[in-house]
Ligand binder design. Sequence first.
Ligand code: MG
Length: 161
Amino acid sequence: MTDLRIGFGFDVHAFGVGDHVWLGGCRVAHTHGVVAHSDGDVLLHALCDALLGAAGLGDIGEHFPDSDETLKGVASALLLTATMERVQAAGYGVVNADLTLLAERPRLAAHRVAIRESVARLLGVALERVNIKATTTERLGFIGRGEGLAAQAAVLLERRA
Ligand code: MG
């Protein structure tokens, strides 16, 4: 019988001083940056947590702690690559991933294709196995007030080894 594992991830970062944010490994020009120990890529952080969750490997904070000075400013693409190595070492491969950005700004539409390609490349899967979507929160809450942004990710893993 096929051994399938589902995982879910969620991440938030506050906006801060800057002129760009990282989304799914892509640099997106914006009126603000984000406050983060790494590059603050909410999509990739949520995805790492979903992968680790599905594989039963804990969470991103355990694997890549904020207290690790060597990770200061690190590209989240490297965190995702390291996460994938651990997922594969545990015997799993990615079936599909579904990511949602929650933000009033920046709008995703102009970057959706590039982000989808980036995430698929980092996961080592075909484009059609990755979906990228976005929603605002109808101007409600911290996201609606433009204080930060958030992401959710769901992944399905399949045992390969
Ligand atoms: Mg984060």
